[in-house]
Design a protein around this ligand. Structure first.
Ligand SMILES: NC(=O)N[C@@H](CC(=O)O)C(=O)O
Ligand SMILES: [Zn+2]
Ligand SMILES: [Zn+2]
Length: 351
């Protein structure tokens, strides 16, 4: 067996699922994501949500204005699907450069109150998307109070995703941040129009990280961490080389006081060390050679966008993740705060 490498060079990756938030927080979130990724699919769950082409274009300008000088970074914009998103908005969105529309079942996650209550109400809009070639990105959890929170993803696939795919065979769909073996299997077996993103935290942690030895609010995200058997299935999918699994951090910052709270917000802030965390997960699986496909190739191929051409380098170099970052008027605690990581992304231009 060859010795473990100390340097890893990849085509510059993209993040196919990130929350950059808005306002003063952009100075931090955009800098962190742009240091790691060439492009990112920017989630539209602002307050209020991004529901028009004009709002998406204006949000894109705010993100571009927050880019650190000299850093190339392209935000890829999305619209938030509601019961009332008119089909006519889809063509305007496509012309404005919007690449996808996000489905949040109403009440499923952070800022999803305006989400879809009944998918049938959106069918004309989904038809317009299918025609225009816009992708549908899905937070795949049912919201029924009687369904156990650990089962909500598997039930969503059966009750919502399967009929949706039957009704829209030409619509490209990404099942976002999958967390279960059922989802991994379902996507692996599906045709060419269904893909999935997988987060670093779901590759690294199971639900013990949330609940054993004290409740750990910084490990709370949605869909919630699952049992070890599911984590292993996600690692197998991500490292399989299968072209329809790719990187989406779901980096989702919240002010520290809203995480460490009696009713803490869902979301892990992984952007500052995203590639390092993925490298750790792939190395633990003995699959560092599969990281480039997952992080840099499968995403653009599925979206029908060009692959990046520049490269980035990760080195085996211990560093400690900061305890806090500024987050507008508040602070945000990154995943692994205060802990030592073994991989480090080298700054752009460094060999
Ligand atoms: N993943 C999360 O736990 N939270 C996300 C929303 C989401 O992606 O579901 C957020 O916006 O905070
Ligand atoms: Zn989500
Ligand atoms: Zn998300």
């Amino acid at each position: 067996m060859s010795p473990a490498p100390d340097t890893l060079t990849l085509i510059r990756p993209d993040d196919w699922h990130v929350h950059l938030r808005d306002g003063a927080a952009l100075a931090t979130t955009v800098a962190h994501t742009a240091a790691q990724f060439a492009r990112a699919i920017v989630m539209p769950n602002l307050k209020p949500p991004v529901t028009t082409a004009a709002q998406a274009a204006a949000y894109r300008e705010r993100i571009l204005a927050a880019r650190p000088a000299g850093v190339a970074f392209e935000p890829l914009m999305t619209l938030y699907l509601t019961d009332h998103l008119p089909p006519q908005e889809i063509e305007r969105a496509r012309e404005a450069g919007v690449v996808a529309v996000k489905l949040y079942p109403a009440g499923a996650t952070t800022n999803s109150d305006a989400g879809v209550t009944d998918l049938r109400r959106t069918y004309r809009t989904l038809e317009a998307m299918q025609r225009a070639g816009l992708l549908l990105l899905v937070h795949g959890e049912v919201t029924d109070a009687e369904i156990d929170i650990f089962d909500r993803e598997a039930v969503f696939i059966e009750r919502v995703l399967e009929p949706l795919r039957r009704d829209f065979p030409g619509l490209r769909i990404v099942l976002e941040h999958i967390t279960t073996k059922e989802a991994a299997q379902y996507v692996a077996d599906a045709g060419p129009n269904l893909a999935a993103t997988i987060t670093a935290h779901h590759l690294l942690y199971n639900r013990n990280a949330l609940l054993a030895g004290g409740i750990r609010p910084h490990h709370y995200c949605l869909p919630v961490l699952k049992r070890e058997v599911h984590r292993q299935a996600l690692v197998a999918a991500a490292t399989s080389g299968h072209p329809r699994f790719f990187l989406g951090t779901d980096s989702a910052p919240h002010a520290v006081q809203l995480k460490e709270h009696a009713c803490g917000c869902a979301g892990c802030y992984t952007a500052p060390a995203a590639l390092e965390l993925y490298a750790e997960a792939f190395e633990a699986a003995g699959a560092l050679d599969r990281l480039e496909g997952f992080a840099s190739l499968h995403g653009p191929d599925f979206y029908g966008l060009p692959r990046n051409t520049e490269r980035v380098t990760l080195k085996r170099e211990a560093w400690t993740v900061p305890e806090r970052h500024r987050f507008g008027d508040a602070e945000v605690r990154p995943l692994r705060a205060g802990e030592t990581l073994r991989w480090r992304l080298q700054p752009a231009g460094a060999a």
